[in-house]
Design a protein around this ligand. Structure first.
Ligand SMILES: Cc1cc2nc3c(=O)[nH]c(=O)nc-3n(C[C@H](O)[C@H](O)[C@H](O)COP(=O)(O)OP(=O)(O)OC[C@H]3O[C@@H](n4cnc5c(N)ncnc54)[C@H](O)[C@@H]3O)c2cc1C
Length: 489
């Protein structure tokens, strides 16, 4: 068994501290190259699988090892990627990784900010598992772990229902839920994890557990915000809500109005009704400044909101309409830099702030002025409504303070000669915007480590989570995640 000590963790983290070099968080530095494994053992593993084992010698390897955020600091070279054909494949993969002391990465949608869905050991890729079944009477969806948020929205939308998942359609529904899950409808219905009803989990000792409030109340509590720590979730069940149409889309403003729009956004969101959510994106690229919004509520309320938005500054373009939620949810993610070929590298830095202060606005405007066109700065998940009414210790996801907001800088490039320069730009953005005290990090958006370590992630819930980690994963077998290092690792 691979024993990754606390000292290793601290050494690796210290070596890379100060920026995006957080590949150490969760257990690894960059791509060291895969350890050698006997080919016969790999062949035996493949023979046991319903799915496929992709190895470095396969043409599919380069695609299979890649995840969404990929750059020299997060790149990983797995020994193999197990593309699961069923739940049993996850069990086989865990057994194999234990036998050969391989570090495991568990992947669903591959959207982790630090490429936690890949590793230099064995990747357990659930993304081929796509079965979704909807119980419209009970308003429940049961899905295998590989479904994306957009796929769930589409499937349940056929029944006039909506899931409470993240904003980006490509994000794994499982990944987003296990880490908390903030989305268009969180003001009305809470976080994704608040709507989780059960999960099936393969643990580090290869048991398969049906985890819900009755069978494992403590573990179920931990699954809702810190879930990647406790095993491979192979399927889940979640509560659905009854909304047919929403009003949503993008309203664009001139880049020269950046400061005014940021102030106006802050005022708008401070008084936002539960049924309204908006994300502000700012780029010097083709998309300019755009406010992406989603409203579910009375028309009079909607019209009032539109009047407020239009009074912030003169919109230069509007693409908003009433539409099925699934159509709204399917729109391109804000962090995509636009048309054209996919970039070779992508990176992101995110910061959680209590408030949108004047200082924050000044820094964002200043950074925008100096940014390259692929950079998209954003303010997402303005916290308000139902998600803030749920107590911080009701689930493992604690960061629910009203009026707090997530800031991000996403950037993408293809010229490897500029790697250091690009990553250094992100490091600087982070340094400028990190709070000086009481730093908190949302598990799903972790891009750096704080001095307080995992306490920044889980706040008052940390000690209870540590006890759970000690019980269910005492060797930190599952560590490529927003990690709680067990006491004796
Ligand atoms: C473009 C973009 C938009 C985003 N939008 C939002 C948003 O609106 N709201 C929000 O809250 N977050 C958002 N996120 C963050 C996202 O929720 C996290 O990155 C999330 O962890 C991604 O899950 P995944 O399955 O896609 O990623 P992966 O990289 O596959 O996994 C991410 C983490 O979850 C773990 N994990 C994934 N699947 C399983 C499983 N089946 N069992 C056990 N552990 C698992 C992984 O081990 C890893 O630690 C966004 C990210 C991106 C890149």
């Amino acid at each position: 068994m691979n024993t990754f000590t606390r000292r290793d963790f601290i050494q690796q983290t210290a070596a890379l501290s100060g920026g995006l070099g957080c590949a150490a968080i969760g257990g690894l530095t960059g791509a060291a190259g895969p350890p050698e494994i006997n080919p016969a053992a790999l062949a035996r593993l493949q023979a046991k699988l319903k799915g496929r084992l992709v190895l470095a010698s396969d043409a599919a390897y380069e695609t299979a090892r890649r995840v969404f955020y990929w750059n020299p600091r997060t790149e990983q070279k797995p020994v193999g990627i197990v593309q699961c054909g069923d739940e049993e494949d996850a069990v086989r993969a865990v057994e194999f990784a234990r036998e050969f002391s391989l570090e495991v990465a568990v992947r669903s949608g591959g959207h982790s900010h630090l490429a936690w869905g890949s590793s230099n050991g064995l990747v357990i890729d659930l993304s081929p598992l796509k079965r979704i079944s909807v119980d419209p009477e009970r308003r429940i969806v049961r899905a295998q772990a590989g479904v994306t948020s957009g796929e769930v929205a589409r499937a349940v939308g056929e029944h006039g229902l909506v899931p409470v998942l993240g904003q980006c359609p490509g994000v794994g529904a499982t990944g987003v839920t296990l880490g908390g899950g903030l989305g268009w409808l969180s003001g009305l219905f809470g976080a994704s994890c608040d709507n989780l009803l059960s999960t099936r989990v393969v643990t580090a000792d290869t048991r398969t557990l049906e985890v819900n409030a009755e069978t494992h109340p403590d573990l179920f509590w931990g699954m809702r915000g810190a879930g990647a720590n406790f095993g491979v979730t192979t399927s889940f069940e979640a509560r659905l809500q009854s909304i047919d149409q929403v009003f949503g889309g993008d309203i664009h403003f001139a880049v020269s109005d950046a400061r005014t729009v940021l102030r106006g956004f802050s005022d708008l969101m401070y008084e936002a009704p539960d049924g309204f959510q908006a994300t502000l994106n700012l780029t010097l690229g083709e998309r300019g400044i755009f406010l992406s919004l989603c409203h579910s509520g009375e028309e009079t309320e909607r019209d009032q909101l539109l009047r407020k938005i239009r009074s912030i500054a003169k919109p230069i373009k509007e693409a908003v309409r009433r539409q099925p939620f699934a159509d709204h949810a399917e729109k391109a993610a804000a962090t995509n830099s636009g048309r054209g070929p996919s970039p070779t590298f992508r990176a992101i830095q995110t910061v959680y702030r209590d408030r949108i202060t004047d200082d924050v606005i000044d820094i964002i405007v200043d950074q925008l002025t100096n940014a390259s066109p692929d950079v998209i700065l954003g303010l997402s998940h303005y916290m308000h409504g139902e998600v803030c009414r749920v107590k911080p210790d009701a689930t493992a996801f604690p960061h629910r303070a009203a009026h707090s907001v997530h800031l991000r800088a996403a950037f993408a490039w293809s010229d490897s000669k500029t790697n250091e320069q690009r990553l250094a730009w992100g490091d600087k953005w982070l340094r400028l915007l990190r709070p000086t005290s009481d730093e908190r990090i949302y598990a799903n958006y972790q891009t750096y480590e704080t001095k307080a370590g995992s306490r920044s992630l889980f706040g008052p819930n940390y000690d209870r989570l540590l006890a759970l980690k000690n019980q269910y994963d005492p060797t930190n077998f599952f560590r490529r995640n927003a990690n709680i290092a067990p006491s004796r690792s």
